[in-house]
Ligand binder design. Sequence first.
Ligand code: NAG
Ligand code: NAG
Ligand code: NAG
Ligand code: NAG
Ligand code: NAG
Ligand code: NAG
Ligand code: NAG
Ligand code: NAG
Ligand code: NAG
Length: 462
Amino acid sequence: MAMISFLLTFVLLARAQGNPLPNQSCNTVEGGYTCFPQLAPEWGQYAPFFSLASESSISPETTEGCHVTLVQALSRHGARYPTASKNKVYKTLINNIQANATSLKRDYAFLKTYNYTFGSDDLTNYGEFEMYQAGIAFYNRYEKLARDNVPFIRSSSSERVVASSERFIAGFHATKQKDNLSDKSQSAPIVNVILEESSTFNNTLNHGVCPKFESSDLADNVQDGFANIFVPAIQKRVQHNLPGITISTDDVISLMDLCTFDTVYQTDNASKLSPFCNLFTHSEWVQYNYYQTLGKYYGYGAGSPLGPAQGIGFVNELIARLTHTPVQDHTSTNSTLDSNSATFPLNATLYADFSHDNGLTPIFFALGLYNGTKPLSKTEVESISQTDGYSAAWSVPYAARSYVELMTCTYDEQPLVRILVNERVIPLHGCKADSLGRCTLREFVDGLSFARSGGNWASCFE
Ligand SMILES: *[C@@H]1O[C@H](CO)[C@@H](O)[C@H](O)[C@H]1NC(C)=O
Ligand SMILES: *[C@@H]1O[C@H](CO)[C@@H](O)[C@H](O)[C@H]1NC(C)=O
Ligand SMILES: *[C@@H]1O[C@H](CO)[C@@H](O)[C@H](O)[C@H]1NC(C)=O
Ligand SMILES: *[C@@H]1O[C@H](CO)[C@@H](O)[C@H](O)[C@H]1NC(C)=O
Ligand SMILES: *[C@@H]1O[C@H](CO)[C@@H](O)[C@H](O)[C@H]1NC(C)=O
Ligand SMILES: *[C@@H]1O[C@H](CO)[C@@H](O)[C@H](O)[C@H]1NC(C)=O
Ligand SMILES: *[C@@H]1O[C@H](CO)[C@@H](O)[C@H](O)[C@H]1NC(C)=O
Ligand SMILES: *[C@@H]1O[C@H](CO)[C@@H](O)[C@H](O)[C@H]1NC(C)=O
Ligand SMILES: *[C@@H]1O[C@H](CO)[C@@H](O)[C@H](O)[C@H]1NC(C)=O
């Protein structure tokens, strides 16, 4: 057993060292500044942003003969520290290891002097950097529109989300200034509407006002069930390496979490893999990623009866923006804000909204983006092709970015819509998508009947 774990650890190290750092894609906007492209996709929602452009079967570039006339970006905040409650859990575990482990050898030796210094909840320096890069990437991608316009911004009120939108704006402005020094419009103020996160404030960027949804523990149960399947084998090895203390299922998950948090904190560019990462094999990371994917799917996606309903309000706002007509919604929209052109204009060409993984996931499902994904197995890891491109890391890594593009093409009279998630084109569902994944605006809106009808929002109060 010890021999096998040693071999597996060696394989992981070999993998990590196999790509000499800095990797070519490690330091480019296009590559998302991810230094560990071989590992990050297995870190669930704790993955640093990585571009899926190379995974897109349809070119993410703007199609020849077409020009984008309106963009709605929806982004997750950048890399962060653990939440305050998780910090307590992790610190207790590290303290226990440092006080009571009778031997710390090989890959575990670093724990002897490991200094637990995480902050709580906020962006790490790398997280700020990711969002600044996201602003640059957005400007460059939509340069033709961005030269003469500024995005209309909305942010969910959490500090890390607001800070993320501010870094994004800074990156956008810096690029715009470089692009055209003589243009006075470049200093146009950017409006940033903050939507409060609470159980009494209708916020389309984050869940909170649907009581039945808030009280569900389905995802926790599904995750616990899967942890009981994949963790024991890992637990046995970790326990063997940490004599003197008792390692629980949760402790194993915590040590894996710490690999991700430590990596996005220890350096400002996440260029150094945390020593926690080497305690696990690649196939264990694949299981971890699936565990996190189950949490999102059964907590906020189609696996949750009221998950997609949390995204209805935003989808109805999107329809309003794409069609330049007032919002029609009776779910989580705030009618005071949405009927006021200062807080919800209908004439902008660039919109950028900022939220959390748990804000984005319901919206992606309300849009039907993953309607090709069959209910996820609660007991066996499914590959990304088995899930039709759905995973926590592929949908909501740190600094995740989705773009809804409205475009006009010379060969088509009707405006077309397409959607990219992390630079991968997702062929639309609910309408007859063309070979480039697009539908006409009219058919796209028709296909969003779930959102337009209010879906099952009424069940929130049953
Ligand atoms: C960097 O990572 C990318 C994406 O995985 C890979 O295609 C490329 O070969 C790597 N480059 C180097 C120099 O290792
Ligand atoms: C990351 O930052 C460190 C320290 O500033 C620097 O030495 C290193 O070259 C950077 N690595 C990459 C891949 O950008
Ligand atoms: C060390 O172990 C003892 C006995 O189990 C426990 O009471 C104590 O809290 C542990 N120390 C730390 C720092 O966790
Ligand atoms: C741990 O980190 C803190 C904060 O950076 C620092 O003040 C302290 O000296 C460090 N302790 C050790 C043992 O390195
Ligand atoms: C720079 O701005 C001026 C004034 O708005 C505009 O006429 C010109 O086309 C812009 N040039 C570039 C390269 O964007
Ligand atoms: C709607 O927004 C207004 C303006 O910010 C705020 O005063 C009000 O409390 C909000 N109401 C709800 C239900 O969200
Ligand atoms: C907030 O949402 C509820 C439905 O969930 C709705 O009844 C109420 O009118 C909304 N408030 C505002 C200000 O839009
Ligand atoms: C949108 O309309 C408002 C109010 O009519 C106006 O002040 C603003 O300049 C317009 N914005 C754009 C981008 O056209
Ligand atoms: C996605 O699937 C759900 C559940 O079957 C359905 O209600 C919804 O209309 C579909 N959405 C699209 C855009 O196809």
